[in-house]
Design a protein around this ligand. Structure first.
Ligand code: ATR
Length: 273
């Protein structure tokens, strides 16, 4: 019988995940079907259980259900525990297992697709919400020289810093408000705020972009105000989060199927010429 998978969200119609996983399945010759499921707000757990009852093997979880997925999972991976959010569910007779492949997806996109090695670099991570939390541990594990967490509400960045400080190793890990970034330079600036969704850019002081720096927005599908501002402020390169989306999908696929799909064909397909 064909194995069933799905992405669950609200809204979900815009999701590229069904397309991505269909290509992965074709490339790796997996007998599986992947659909999009719109769950009503307040109806997440019921929708997951209904999918399991109908033979579902796994799910991707998107906005706004990643915290509910974390709570629903009976067991969780260490990276899901660190992120306190779950984007991948695996169903087995043993129960519901939760994982989070977002951070790995970001690091894989930076390294593989953008040729950006993080070891020894100066990283600025913008935001202190769920998106920033989800990528903090994988970024620290790449052993950057410094990781600066900046947020509009500096106190929230400080709380996150205190939580993750024991995992920082030799990385100089600090938390600040945006104004305190004046006079500092970074090799990589990652936008994990939701500012792009409101068509805004985080207010960065001039001079934060080092020569050869990369400005990366975790939002995908268009040039965001953050990317436009980064170009004007001297960032050598700008990238949106499409590669992260494809790489996190590949890791979810691997967790479900045990085979690692090649991501290049999917990226070429989704990237506007
Ligand atoms: P997500 O799950 O996408 O991270 P979230 O948990 O609501 O969403 O967090 C949103 C993040 O974007 C926060 O860091 C928020 O800053 P505050 O903590 O100060 O609210 C940040 N953010 C949202 N809009 C922003 C804007 N226009 N400029 C800068 N930061 C913004």
């Amino acid at each position: 019988m064909t194995d069933r998978y799905a992405v669950i969200g609200h809204p979900v119609a815009h999701s590229k995940s069904p397309q991505i996983h269909a290509v992965f399945a074709g490339l790796t010759l997996q007998d599986m079907r992947y659909e999009a499921i719109l769950a009503p707000l307040g109806g997440f757990a019921d929708a997951v259980r209904a999918f399991i009852a109908s033979g579902g093997r796994g799910m991707n979880v998107t906005v706004p259900f990643k915290l509910e997925a974390y709570a629903l999972a009976a067991t969780r991976s260490p990276r899901a525990e660190a992120a306190k959010s779950v984007n991948t569910l695996i169903f087995s007779p043993a129960g519901i297992h939760g994982d989070n492949t977002d951070g790995l997806g970001l690091v894989a996109d930076l390294r593989r697709n953008l040729g950006c090695d993080l070891a020894g670099r100066r990283i600025l991570l913008l935001g202190a919400g769920g998106a920033a939390r989800g990528v903090l541990l994988p970024l620290l594990e790449e052993k950057p020289a410094t990781l600066t967490l900046a947020n509009r509400t500096a106190a929230k960045a400080l709380v996150l810093r205190d939580e993750f400080a024991p995992r920082a190793g030799s990385c100089v890990f600090t938390a600040v408000g945006f104004a305190e970034l004046a006079g500092q330079q970074f090799d990589l600036v990652i936008n994990a705020t939701s500012a792009s969704l409101a068509d805004e850019a985080p207010p960065l002081p001039p001079g934060v972009y080092a020569p050869d720096s990369l400005a990366y927005d975790m939002v995908y599908g268009r040039e965001t105000p953050f990317m436009t501002a980064a170009r004007a402020q001297g960032a050598a390169r700008q990238a949106d989060g499409l590669g992260m989306l494809v790489e996190q999908a590949a890791e979810s696929f691997y967790l479900w199927r045990g085979v690692r799909p090649d991501t290049a064909p999917v990226l070429a397909l989704l990237r506007p010429a």
